[in-house]
Design a protein around this ligand. Structure first.
Ligand code: NOJ
Length: 573
């Protein structure tokens, strides 16, 4: 299929808050399309698939690291921040990607892992061999590994300490992740200058922002937890002012896998903003919990908690990404339940999480996939899709670590799923050939040929959401229901939130996590009482609320409604 749109490309719009209305798509360069037949995806390959992403409705790409790297941690182990890994392409290829994306009004956000480098980075090599030289203090060195023992280990499957001994310098260095990823020393102001210059280098090339990898861990102290320490926030405030001054309109997205209040802190305040966006880690595992427990209490709770953000800030909501489905921020009871439901085979687990894709987690249930996407695309903030989830791609738990869900994108039923012309044995990872998710039928081409496929369904929902910006930028108010399996909230967008061409709108979103049909009673708050209730998908009229604002709805098992509320509101507006 030719995905090119029949009209002339629009170029980049100039909304400085573009990220608040954007649908993001996380795509690893290595995994999307191999243009030169070497078995590894590359930047020209990604460029050749931009038409597909535009067709899908994607407004912004998030690219995990593609820097020069030994690839021991999917590229998050950077050896040179100013080089593209040769097998992925060149700086010129990247510039072309940015230009091509921008010509489609698509933004490009790249990962910036600031917390650590690879041991192969020249700074580390200099630091270990010349302690008194200019790089001697670029990393966190200590004569003993007995300090800072209170700081938790994150990669519990591979590391048992945050310290590793360097035989050359004969000292320990601190590492929050793998031992081949030494932490940079943020107490050294030269490190600040370096990372700012790296940011400038890519911003000058036109990138639209950075996902700030592992941002809570920049600073550590002898007494603190090494997470969200006050100096980390101070650094971020300064980094934000630099960005606003030199590159307005570009964004910072915080990867802070923390409890709700701590995550919100990464957005800063109106007076002292930090990141423009933060991934909503607290809500994600609770969606999976609700799908199996049929209970929405903890979703309700966390939704009511995390909605206050500074002006212009937005949540990044997601179901899955290139990492494990992390269970660090749920209660012990929830964690055990989630493991039991979703990781019944020990190979499905890694560290404190589950290394599976969306479709396999949901056992390929179309109902659950629709419900999960319906919620994702209506939660406050901007949704991030993970490549391949739009076709319900499977995973491969027999691969190591998180490679289980980083396998090649499945384009066609042909050799290597149409990802590469290489000898199949040469692929960076094998394509998924499992019984249920075999690439022979789980691929873009096959799903395009079937109007009722998940791909068409997801695309339609993405486009529907884009027609209703209230779903991205509207305020949120949880509406209590009488059914513990139901979740309801109102999204409301006032005239002052509208861009030219948009209208104020109020939407009632109702979800049933029950595994059987239910009836739900809702009491609409007074200011949202409407006399017209319309289903946004099909346009059908629903019974109007009673005079007291009472609504009764019936929902099939695991289903949802997006209902537009109009009438009373409109006469007010
Ligand atoms: C967060 C990234 O998402 C993850 O993939 C990586 O392993 C860690 N940072 C450490 O770099």
């Amino acid at each position: 299929m030719d995905f090119r749109l029949p009209y002339a490309h629009r170029g980049l719009d100039h909304d400085p808050q573009w990220y608040r209305r954007a649908v993001f798509y996380e795509v690893m360069v290595r995994s999307f399309y191999d243009s030169d037949g070497d078995g590894v995806g590359d930047i020209p390959g990604l460029i050749s698939k931009l038409d597909y992403l535009e067709w899908l409705g994607i407004d912004a790409l998030w690219l995990p690291p593609f820097y020069s790297s030994p690839l021991k941690d999917g590229g998050y182990d950077v050896a040179d921040f100013r080089q593209v890994l040769p097998e992925f392409g060149t700086i010129e290829d990247f510039q072309e990607l940015v230009a091509q994306a921008h010509s489609r009004n698509m933004r490009v956000v790249m990962d910036l892992p600031l917390n650590h480098t690879s041991v192969d980075h020249e700074w580390f090599q200099e630091s270990r061999s010349n302690p008194d030289g200019p790089y001697g203090d670029y990393y966190v060195w200590s004569d003993t590994d007995q300090i800072r023992q209170q700081i938790r280990v994150i990669f519990t499957d591979t590391e048992n300490s945050n310290w590793a001994f360097d035989s050359e310098r004969r000292q320990f260095y601190f590492h929050r992740f793998f031992s081949h990823q030494p932490d940079l020393n943020y107490h050294n102001p030269r490190v600040h200058d370096e990372v700012r210059d790296i940011a400038r280098f890519w911003l000058a090339m036109g990138v639209d922002g950075f996902r700030l990898d592992a941002i809570p861990y920049l600073y550590e102290s002898d007494e603190g937890s090494g997470e969200s320490e006050p100096e980390t926030h101070e650094f971020l405030k300064k980094f934000r002012s630099f960005l606003d001054e030199e590159f307005p309109g570009r964004v910072l997205i915080a990867e802070a896998n923390q409890w709700p209040k701590e995550v919100a802190a990464y957005l800063g305040t109106n007076e002292e903003p930090e990141c423009h966006m933060a991934f909503d880690f607290p809500i994600m595992p609770r969606i999976f919990y609700a799908l199996r427990s049929q209970q929405t209490a903890s979703l309700n709770e966390v939704l009511s908690e995390t909605t206050e953000v500074p002006e212009g800030a937005a949540w990044g909501v997601f179901l899955r990404n290139h990492d494990e489905l992390t269970l660090e921020m749920v209660t012990e009871e929830e964690k055990q339940a989630l493991y039991g439901w979703y990781a019944y085979d020990p190979r499905m687990r890694v560290n404190v999480g589950i290394r599976r894709r969306l479709a396999t987690l949901l056992d390929n249930s179309r109902k659950e996939l629709e419900l999960a996407h319906g919620l994702l695309l209506s939660l406050p903030g901007s949704p991030f899709l993970y490549y391949g989830d739009e076709i319900g791609m499977g995973d491969n738990i027999w691969l190591e670590d998180r490679d289980s869900s980083r396998t090649p994108m499945q384009w066609t039923p042909d050799r290597n799923a149409g990802f590469s012309a290489a000898d199949p044995g040469k692929l960076y990872l094998p394509v998924v050939q499992s019984l249920v998710y075999n690439y022979a039928f789980s691929n873009v081409e096959t799903q395009l040929a079937q109007q009722a496929s998940l791909l068409h369904w997801v695309r339609n929902l993405v486009h529907l959401r884009k027609e209703h910006p209230v779903l991205g930028v509207g305020s949120l108010r949880v509406v209590p229901t009488d059914n513990p399996s139901a979740l309801a909230f109102i999204r409301d967008m006032q005239a002052e939130d509208c861009r030219p061409g948009e209208r104020p709108e109020t939407m009632l979103c109702v979800y049933s996590f029950a595994h059987h049909p239910i009836s739900v009673d809702l009491q609409l708050p007074e200011e949202f009482r409407a006399n017209r209730v319309t289903d946004v998908m099909g346009g059908a009229s629903f019974p109007a609320p009673t005079e007291q604002g009472h609504v009764t709805l019936t929902l099939p098992a695991q289903s949802f409604y997006w209902l537009s509320l109009a009438g009373v509101k409109q006469s007010v507006a």
